[in-house]
Design a protein around this ligand. Structure first.
Ligand code: BGC
Length: 730
């Protein structure tokens, strides 16, 4: 063998044995071993790169004004990936895999909040469906469409229990109740993450905004929030704890304060609770610039201190502001940040990348758009969830459904032709061209059955009344007025704050004008929050809240109006009578003088409570039966109620089971939702709904540090209008 061949042979042998020793590249090795192997090969600079996220592509969120498209450094840990192109993603990923020393894949994140291209209703609406299975399916479809476009990770679900609907982000969560948020959180996490993170269409989920963000003072986004320990544990923690138990990969720390200690610098919530108590081993990403914002929040004097505070509190990845990238090395050199802290942060980030299978399958399939999006079976789910989340709030004299006897329908209002606002905020890559407007839905639904007399009437806001006369004419020609009003998409969502929940005066005026025609009025309302209907409700014969129902909202709306679909939604949030009642929610505590303290100018009760929602059929509730009147703390009590569908149409009825604990060491809300179940009941059919009460889970309460107590005494099960007593003994 000549010398050259010998050299070549030796080179190949060395190289291949080197390659073999790269344990982190071995698919069959255990994740933890791979993480440790990779970690020990990394330089400090490489580690710090992993702890940063940049935004790449086009900015679609007008609130994130500082976004810049940077020259991509393939060593970066993560990107907010703003593109729909799998080809582009694969090119970026190729750079990371092939042009960096260790070939660490980039984690591509994006806000897939209620769909990617097929847009589902906003989450607040989804919760009104009381159908977690459907929500799980919707999230899985969103994950599939996102994955096929290059996304590995969604910043969803948002589970900030929200009770001040002036705050626009109320639309992004599952309403005012903690248990409801917990149930839908688990459904969403399971939908996005699938059985395994390595499954073909799984993406990592992210619980946000940890924690207490919805308490922004005055409902104004980014304001100070004062969160007591009791509220933190009783109201805000349960959905997060449920999501962590369900195996969520990541969490996002909020913009807000927790009584003076910002959520993105809060060692108690980020480390003591999340990591030490709950054992979460994924990572926390900051919200957009929330590390740097510690300066505005008054706890850091400069960016370096921001980096120190956030990292030491437990934020592993810095979203877009480069504060970690620019300061961590120096902080390590100065001995202020231990290398072990950096290692632990990077370990968590790598763990998620390995769990997603990114090292072994860094690239995504490159399919044409027609195979990626809007598949007919997925749109069916979108139409179904849109319909199930709509809530029939009022229906005097069976104004709805519009029967075949009606031959002329006036279809009026700024929402009728809309296909933009119907998608809601955070619509992903939803395209208004794909969305079905209410007009299109009605045209199909009533084709050959009734004439539609359309008039816009007025705009969403402004003062122009020029369209009123045409609207009145359309009404005059018709037997019924379907008046479609509502909010624009950016009146809710991030930074979408309103000082009032009322619709703009011009829309209210249009209703008053049309009322004068004497024709029955069906109000169809599209909004990202509950609305103030104090003036509108008395003028309407029927009211259907359709929220922002997404791409398939038009047909769902028309289907309910025509009676093809029987509405089954119930409110996940209370509709106050007037904005001044805020905060008002079903699980308030008892007033110390319930007979006093009323408003002088308006009634003190809301217009529609949480849980309200009508149907085209009538359900009769039998007597609630308990398996015992007294149980011990280690026993289970079974509560049952028979519900019958007494009407002529099939329907889905949700039974909401509440518990009341009137006397406890720490006072309890007047009632708390503990379980719900939705079932299909055919006309004439009856069924038994059952709730197994487990004291530890359903009768316990927490103190301000999360310690749980179960106390003996009297309790009540509340269903519909029934309240049945039982006793818990030691
Ligand atoms: C929002 C987050 C979002 C992030 C990334 C922030 O402005 O508060 O909810 O996930 O931007 O787009």
């Amino acid at each position: 063998m000549n010398k050259f061949l010998l050299f070549l042979f030796a080179f190949v042998l060395t190289y291949s044995s080197f390659a073999q020793t790269l344990l982190y590249k071995d698919k069959n090795a255990a994740t933890e071993k791979r993480v440790e192997d990779l970690l020990k090969r990394m330089t400090l600079e490489e580690k710090i790169f992993q702890m940063n996220q940049w935004a790449y592509g086009q900015n679609t969120n007008e609130n994130n004004f500082e976004d810049k498209v940077r020259d991509l450094k393939p060593e970066i840990g993560s990107l907010i990936y703003r593109s729909q192109s799998p080809v582009f993603r694969n090119q970026i990923q190729k750079k990371a895999m092939e042009e960096t020393r260790l070939g660490i894949p980039i984690l591509m994140g994006f806000d897939v909040i209620h769909g990617f291209r097929t847009v589902f209703p906003i989450p607040l609406a989804q919760a009104c469906s009381w159908n977690p299975d459907l929500v799980k399916q919707a999230c899985h479809i969103a994950a599939k469409e996102a994955k096929l476009s290059g996304v590995d990770w969604t910043f969803s679900p948002m589970i900030d229990v929200a009770r001040d609907a002036r705050w626009g982000r109320v639309s992004e969560g599952y309403g005012e109740d903690s248990y409801t948020n917990a149930v839908f959180c688990v459904a969403a996490v399971n939908g996005y993450q699938g059985e395994k993170l390595t499954d073909k269409y799984s993406i990592a989920a992210c619980l946000k905004h940890y924690i207490g963000y919805s308490l922004s003072e005055g409902g104004r986004d980014y304001q100070y929030s004062d969160v007591s320990g009791q509220t933190l544990w009783e109201t805000f923690m349960p959905p997060y704890e449920a999501g962590v138990k369900a195996g969520v990969a990541t969490l996002m720390s909020g913009f807000n304060d927790l009584s003076g200690v910002p959520a993105s610098a809060n060692h108690y919530t980020l480390t003591e609770v999340l990591k030490e108590r709950w054992g979460h081993d994924g990572f926390v990403v900051s919200d957009w610039g929330s590390v740097q914002q510690l300066i505005q929040q008054g706890v850091a004097k400069d960016k370096k201190e921001c980096a120190l505070k956030s990292l030491m509190a437990g934020v592993e990845m810095d979203m877009v502001d480069n504060v970690y990238l620019e300061n961590l090395k120096q902080l390590v050199d100065e001995g202020k940040v231990p290398v072990a802290t950096i290692d632990e942060a990077v370990r968590r980030i790598l763990r998620v990348k390995f769990r997603l299978g990114l090292f072994d399958n860094p690239y995504v399939e490159e399919l044409p758009e027609s195979k990626r999006y809007l598949q007919p079976e997925d749109r069916k789910v979108a139409a179904e969830i849109a319909a199930e989340s709509m809530v029939l709030l009022k229906n005097t004299n069976n104004t709805l459904p519009i029967t075949s006897a009606i031959k002329n329908i006036a279809l009026i209002g700024p929402m009728v032709m809309d296909s933009v606002h119907i998608m809601g905020f955070w619509e992903g890559y939803g395209n208004s061209k794909d969305a079905e407007s209410i007009f299109e839905g009605f045209s199909k639904e009533f084709n050959g059955k009734a004439t539609l007399n359309y008039a816009k009437g007025c705009d969403f806001d402004g003062k122009n009344e020029d369209g009123f006369a045409e609207a009145v004419q359309a009404a005059a020609k018709s037997d019924v007025i379907v008046l479609c009003l509502g909010e624009k998409r950016n009146w809710s969502g991030e930074n979408g704050v309103r000082s009032t929940l009322a619709l703009p005066a011009i829309q209210e005026k249009l209703v008053a004008e049309l009322k004068k025609t004497g024709k029955p009025i069906v109000l169809v309302l599209s909004s990202g929050r509950p609305l103030e209907l104090i003036r509108l409700e008395p003028m309407a014969d029927a009211i259907l809240e359709i929220w922002q129902p997404g791409t398939d909202g038009g047909s769902a709306t028309a289907g309910i109006i025509s009676g093809r679909i029987n509405p089954s939604g119930k409110l996940s949030i209370t509709f106050p009578l007037a904005t001044g009642q805020i905060p008002i929610y079903y699980n308030m505590r008892q007033s110390s003088r319930p007979w006093l303290g009323k408003y002088q100018d308006i009634p003190s009760l809301p217009l529609y409570w949480f849980g309200h929602g009508l149907s085209y059929t009538t359900y009769n509730y039998g007597e609630v039966k308990l398996s015992a009147t007294q149980i011990k703390k280690n026993q289970t009590l079974v509560a049952e109620v028979e519900v019958s569908n007494n009407g002529n149409v099939d329907g889905k009825e949700t039974v909401l089971w509440f518990i009341s604990d009137p006397v406890a060491t720490i006072s309890r809300p007047m009632k708390e939702l503990k379980y719900f179940e939705k079932k299909m009941l055919k006309a004439g059919e009856k069924s038994i709904y059952r709730f197994e009460i487990v004291p530890e889970r359903d009768l316990s309460f927490t103190d301000s540090n999360g310690k749980r107590y179960v106390e003996s005494g009297d309790y009540f099960v509340i269903v519909n209008n029934q309240k049945v007593k039982f006793e818990l003994v030691d």
